[in-house]
Design a protein around this ligand. Structure first.
Ligand SMILES: Cc1ncc(COP(=O)(O)O)c(C=O)c1O
Length: 304
């Protein structure tokens, strides 16, 4: 049976229920995270990936929404380990922490309310096709501007923007959307950061491009530079660069490293995942399962 962390206690997930009157349900004033845990069969060990970094981001985002949660990142990592152990998880799983205002009151504001934190487990499997890659469409929806609903925070309400773009892409026969920012430069996918490879150099939109600065993005920059000797440039990226790139891939906790093999009906490179993307995937998938000693620092073992 799966357990959840709810109102300060670990309870069976069916008991973790909120009222329809919950303030944050109405106004999207919740902040959340997505954390993956990877099962290593040989070691019979479950590894949480970047658990501390995700909880630090959650607490920073919560603080920005005037939610003072009575937990440290380390305490939340411990709670998550306990949740996974109690639920007896021996497979890959996704952990969803969400902080919200529990008050049964209607006014869209951030003060004089009571913040609450819930954490539950979700069986995601692969979010996108990491093997064959995906076809993507540049969305007609623009990424929400950081001065409207900050793209840098994982705020629930901002995901209306993601849902609109993703739905448009799916209904048009693509698997993912690439959003431009309000200034017409490439921002990111509906739930992923984006990288392109051109003439051996990696390019990714800089933090000022109205993106979420992904934790996977940071890890991938490290792998590109340190393991593959690929220079990474962070700068504004024009839409037309997508059509001229040798390789394009998306990064995210859910999406991991997903090759983009076609954009707006144009093949990326030769229409297959490129060599840099493949090498990165191999490194990443080994690192997240604890198979690369030097990246064990990314991981928190759950058992033992
Ligand atoms: C809009 C958006 N961009 C990027 C990412 C990737 O972030 P991370 O690598 O921290 O999961 C996510 C997912 O969390 C996202 O929702």
């Amino acid at each position: 049976m799966d357990y959840a962390f709810f109102e300060g206690r670990i309870v069976p997930v069916e008991e973790a229920k909120i009222s329809i009157m919950t303030n944050s349900f109405h106004y999207g004033t919740a902040v959340f995270e997505g954390i993956r845990a990877y099962w290593n069969e040989e070691e019979r060990q479950l590894y949480l990936l970047f658990a501390r970094e995700h909880y630090e981001r959650l607490l920073r985002n919560a603080k920005a929404l005037f939610m003072n949660l009575p937990y440290s990142a380390d305490e939340l990592v411990e709670v998550t380990k306990e949740l996974l152990r109690r639920s007896g998880i021996q497979e890959d799983v996704y952990v969803r922490p969400i902080a919200y205002f529990k008050d049964l009151k209607l006014t869209p504001k951030l003060i004089d309310y009571t913040p609450e934190l819930a954490i539950y487990l979700y069986r995601f499997g692969r979010y996108l096709n990491t093997s064959d890659g995906i076809r993507a469409k540049v969305s007609s929806w623009r990424r929400n501007d950081d001065n409207a609903i900050p793209s840098h925070w994982k705020v629930a309400g901002a995901y209306v923007n993601s849902a609109l773009a993703k739905t448009e892409a799916l209904l048009s026969g693509y698997q993912e959307a690439i959003l431009l920012n309000a200034h017409g430069f490439v921002a990111e996918g509906s739930g992923e950061n984006i990288f392109l490879i051109k003439d051996g150099v990696a390019v990714t939109p800089s933090p000022d491009q109205h993106i979420l600065e992904g934790i996977t993005r940071k890890a991938v920059i490290e792998l590109l530079e340190k393991e593959l000797g690929v220079k990474v440039v962070q700068r504004p990226v024009a839409r037309s660069e997508l059509y001229r790139a040798d390789e394009v891939f998306l990064t995210g906790t859910a999406a991991e490293i997903t090759p983009v093999v076609e954009i707006d009906d144009r093949k990326v490179g030769d229409g297959k995942a490129g060599p840099v993307t493949r090498k990165l995937q191999e490194l990443y998938f080994n690192a997240v399962r604890g198979k690369l000693e030097r990246y064990r620092r990314w991981l928190t073992p759950v058992y033992g």
